[in-house]
Design a binder for this molecule. Structure first.
Ligand code: ADP
Ligand code: MN
Ligand code: MN
Ligand code: MN
Length: 356
């Protein structure tokens, strides 16, 4: 498609009181996003100004054809970095014909947990790793018949033989900033064509809302470049790193003087709930993470819980600086790149803050 022609139309003046709102939601895979657009005859200031809507759930693996109306409830609103102006992106959660949450709506119960733990002021920061693929499904920039040189020079690399498709990373970073997402950084990863962005710290439910919208922006930006984003936690077998979504976590008590005691208490609770967390950390109850959490390539074994200061081979790591300052946060390295951050953060809150 010719973007110069498209730009002629995107520059047409837009009527002042007609804005485009693109509603975005998680489909029945629990992993992929869907979106559709409507015109609103006013400029919304707040997510509560936005009408609820519906869609055909039988086309998104979310209902039977005979009872297919599925509801969209707006939960967060962002500026639209593609259509600009007053146009909006609207993150929604989804409800069945009987107004019960759909099977992949993990936001509903996550929000309940976040409300119950609100007084502990839980903060999260998620490191979203991902891999870029060409239209043949091969990691972007990899030789057609063969492999790039072994891992080593690529992490945080610079140069045309070290990193591939930086344009997508740059475009996505600016799109997030424009939209109002709290993106805190990016870096090239250990496997070539693999990258990371970080969101946070954000309190409570906002971290997962922002990760989902940042994922949407990533898929949408890559689409412009004719490149595909995969969140598969182990896209290439062999001596290639997998992709995770490390979840950094703290409560108010952990951030205060001698918070390290609270961090250690939390790690003790986590050690007793390893299975609950593994089941919550990918959309297939641990099946996807089995390929990634091998104990090699900077991961821990899926079968055991471990923790340590500055240890990237542990389930949970205490950053060196936090051990030195005796306060700060912990890093749960187990979540897979394709995890649902609502399920991940809910599990952390229930285990650490609610003692469930
Ligand atoms: P790594 O060294 O593991 O690669 P990164 O710099 O990629 O770490 O990511 C660190 C993440 O931790 C960021 O998302 C940041 O927002 C988050 N973070 C920093 N401080 C806190 C805190 N007190 N509580 C929770 N998350 C935090
Ligand atoms: Mn990181
Ligand atoms: Mn990383
Ligand atoms: Mn990390």
């Amino acid at each position: 498609m010719n973007k110069t022609v498209l730009n002629r139309f995107m520059q047409l003046p837009q009527p002042e009181n007609q804005i485009q709102a693109m509603y975005v939601w998680i489909d029945g895979t629990g992993e992929n996003l869907r979106a559709k657009t409507r015109t609103l005859e006013f400029v919304p200031n707040n997510v509560s100004d936005l009408p609820s809507w519906n869609y055909d759930g039988s086309s998104t693996y979310q209902s039977e054809g005979s009872n297919s109306d599925t509801f969209l409830y707006p939960v967060a609103m962002y500026r639209d970095p593609f259509r600009l102006g007053n146009n909006k992106l609207v993150l929604c959660d989804t409800y069945k014909y009987n107004k019960k949450p759909t099977g992949t709506n993990h936001r509903h119960s996550c929000l309940e947990a976040m409300k119950a733990a609100e007084s502990q002021k839980p903060w999260f920061g998620i490191e979203q790793e991902y891999t870029l693929l060409d239209m043949e499904g091969r990691p972007f920039g990899w030789p057609k018949n063969g492999y790039p040189g072994p891992q080593g020079p690529y992490y945080c690399g610079v140069g045309a033989n070290k990193v591939y498709a930086r344009d997508i990373v740059e475009a996505h970073y600016r799109a997030c900033l424009y939209a109002g997402i709290k993106i805190s950084g990016t870096n090239a990863e250990v496997m070539p064509a693999q990258w990371e962005f970080q969101i946070g710290p954000c309190e409570g439910i906002h971290i997962a809302d922002q990760i989902w919208m940042a994922r949407f922006l990533l898929h949408r930006v890559a689409e412009e470049f004719g490149v595909v984003v995969t969140l598969d936690p182990k896209p290439m077998q062999g001596d290639w790193n997998g992709a995770g979504a490390h979840c950094n976590f703290s409560t108010k008590a952990m951030r205060e003087e001698n918070g390290i005691i609270e961090i250690e208490k939390a790690i003790d609770k986590l050690s007793k709930q390893h299975l609950r967390h593994i089941q919550a950390y990918d959309p297939h109850e641990g099946k996807d993470n089995e390929r990634r959490l091998t104990g090699r390539h900077e991961t821990s074994s899926i079968h055991d819980f471990s923790a340590g200061v500055a240890n990237r081979g542990a389930s949970v790591r205490i950053p060196r600086s936090c051990a030195e300052e005796k306060k700060g946060y912990l890093e749960d390295r187990r979540p897979a790149s394709n995890c649902d951050p609502y399920a991940v953060t809910e599990a952390l809150i229930r285990t650490i803050c609610l003692d469930e």
